[in-house]
Design a protein around this ligand. Structure first.
Ligand code: T46
Length: 287
């Protein structure tokens, strides 16, 4: 993926010399609140080595050239900044390093905000941690701090304090996750699903929309069991929309529960079960 963006400004020069004009919110896509320049930089002394949290910048070499390494945390790209009217956009959350300044290099940088050291991320491991931090939608209510990197939690999800959620999960809008719940990595939970105490979802599990989990075999209002039975959905299993899973069930690795099935007993690994009560229709073949 190419994440390099150039801002090219017409050169209004004539026989008298070059003339390049920057105008906020016209040919420069932000309010220019600050500009600075770097000159007399040494070819063997690199600079930068940071990312900004929110700042947008455009760097021009109005004389000479320098090599900029840009890194979005997944990929690195190197470009030469070498035309006085062609600036490199340095957006937020791009790690950047300047190398190989030519002796005559003058770098002019236009910045969208005043200098603020707290906007800098100057350690590479902090940068990768920051860009991979979980996304928690502002309209959700998330009390747990145990949420893995790259996990996304969408609108109107309610997550209790002791729930544990792994990395790279997608917890869709309108879900609820109670305290005694463990969710592995790469798990998808579609909308309309409530994960009650005692439920474990292992890595790569898919829970379809409106799947119903239960955790009390003989529910009575205001009467609580001492302990909720464990329901375990093993690695790679998928549960189709609107299925119901009775308490204390184990669904084996890679099994598939058909949409609307009512699962009343354990499902073996690789089985496909359908119906009410759910029965094995076939097994997933390995090829
Ligand atoms: C960037 C690249 C392209 C200030 O006090 N005010 C300022 O406006 C700036 C730019 C810097 N400073 C201070 C902060 C440091 O104590 O000047 C010192 C040197 O700055 P720094 O080490 O960040 O310089 P570079 O060349 O590594 O990075 C600069 C910009 O700081 C940075 O925002 O993206 O150029």
């Amino acid at each position: 993926m190419n994440f390099i963006e150039w801002i090219e400004i017409p050169n209004l020069g004539d026989h008298r010399g070059s003339l390049v004009v920057f105008e906020s919110n016209k040919n420069i896509p932000f309010d220019i609140k600050r500009l600075y320049y770097i000159l007399d930089a040494k070819p063997v002394v690199p600079r930068g080595f940071h990312a900004h949290r929110e700042l947008n910048q455009i760097a021009f070499c109005i004389k000479g050239k320098c090599k900029m390494l840009m890194d979005n945390g997944v990929e690195k790209q190197e470009v030469w900044i070498e035309q006085s009217n062609k600036g490199l956009l340095i957006p937020p959350l791009i790690w950047h390093e300047m190398h190989d300044f030519s002796d005559d290099c003058i770098m002019l940088v236009l910045a969208s905000d005043y200098y603020d050291e707290s906007d800098y991320i100057r350690k590479y491991d902090e940068f990768t941690e920051f860009i991979n931090r979980p996304f928690i939608h502002p309209l959700s209510d998330v009390k747990s701090k145990k949420i893995g990197q790259k996990t996304k939690i969408w609108q109107f999800s309610v997550i209790f304090q002791n729930a544990v959620i792994g990395e790279n999960c997608n917890i869709c809008a309108h879900t609820l996750i109670e305290n005694d719940v463990q969710i592995g990595n790469n798990v998808t939970i579609k909308s309309g699903v409530y994960i009650w105490d005692g439920i474990v979802l292992e890595d790569n599990v898919f829970i379809g929309p409106c799947v119903v989990f239960t955790n009390d075999k003989k529910p009575r209002s205001k009467q609580y069991p001492d302990k909720f039975p464990k329901t375990i959905i093993e690695k790679g299993a998928s549960i189709g929309a609107n299925a119901t899973i009775l308490p204390g069930i184990r669904i084996g690795e890679n099994a598939i529960v058909g949409a609307g099935a009512v699962v009343t007993k354990d499902v073996p690994a690789n089985a496909i079960v359908i119906g009410n009560p759910a029965n094995i229709k076939e097994f997933i073949s390995n090829d």
